[in-house]
Design a protein around this ligand. Structure first.
Ligand code: ADP
Ligand code: MG
Length: 229
């Protein structure tokens, strides 16, 4: 598939022909230099954006054939997001932030409470439920983001630089949590990262260079050298 931003003279070909299959239960790292197209690819895979050409097929269904409503329902019920740009709502409590996907999905209050507390428990932050999300440390905030990603019981978690803003000890804890979910709950993990160790821990890594998956060993090695910096 391809993704071009803009058109005519200002058109920018962010993805120029990428063919990628994500397998159920795997952990997949997407690595590459800044601007290579990693986030664009992840947004397409996560049904947050549509390709300019080509298809995104989820369990045999071409996403382009779904009505907006069904697409949203599929995304909400199947995917969890750990993205830096999906900020926590500043004035709201940890509980409110984590339960938001269930509010959107229209889950009854009792079920929202049960599932939100279960997700907070899984991340070891149940005692922070009533705190304002903005009053937490960086590592705690990232746990809140992961709890929110988990609350809908997704089968796939998409994480874009999940450890990017964290110190190495906190980043290691967040990594443990993500790989624990993959191992213990069979959740598929798709992670964009600049972190060499995180990429190495994934079952598989694909390197993106200038909008293409680089199969060339030298280019792939250069992308991995880049991520280790
Ligand atoms: P990465 O995540 O690998 O850093 P991105 O996928 O975010 O890269 O972006 C790939 C390229 O596409 C970059 O050159 C970026 O400037 C460009 N790009 C991304 N989003 C847009 C957009 N909405 N409009 C125009 N260009 C964009
Ligand atoms: Mg990016």
């Amino acid at each position: 598939m391809t993704r071009t931003y803009g058109r005519g003279e200002s058109a920018f070909h962010a993805l120029r022909g990428v063919d990628l299959a994500v397998k159920r239960g795997e952990s997949l790292a997407i690595v590459g230099k800044s601007g290579s197209g990693k986030s664009t690819l992840m947004h397409l895979l996560a049904l947050l954006d549509r390709p300019t050409s080509g298809q995104v097929i989820v369990e045999g269904t071409d996403a382009a054939t779904l009505r907006a409503r069904d697409l949203n329902a599929l995304r909400n019920s199947t995917f969890g997001f750990v993205f830096q740009q999906f900020f926590l709502a500043a004035g709201q409590s940890v509980f409110e932030n984590v339960s938001l996907p269930l509010v959107i999905a229209g889950a009854p209050a009792k079920e929202r409470r049960r599932r939100t507390m279960a997700a907070l428990d899984a991340l070891g932050i149940a005692d922070k439920a009533a705190n304002r999300a903005t009053d937490l440390s960086g590592g705690q905030k990232q746990r809140v983001v992961i709890a929110r990603a988990l609350v809908g019981e997704p089968s796939v978690i998409f994480a874009d630089e999940p450890t990017g803003n964290l110190d190495s000890a906190t980043g290691a804890q967040v990594e443990e949590i993500l790989f624990g979910l993959q191992r213990e709950r069979g959740i598929t993990l798709v992670v964009v990262t600049h972190d060499r160790e995180l990429a190495d821990r994934c079952g598989r890594a694909v390197a993106i260079a200038d909008g293409l998956i680089s199969t060339d060993a030298a280019t792939a090695a250069a992308a991995l050298t880049e991520v280790s910096r």
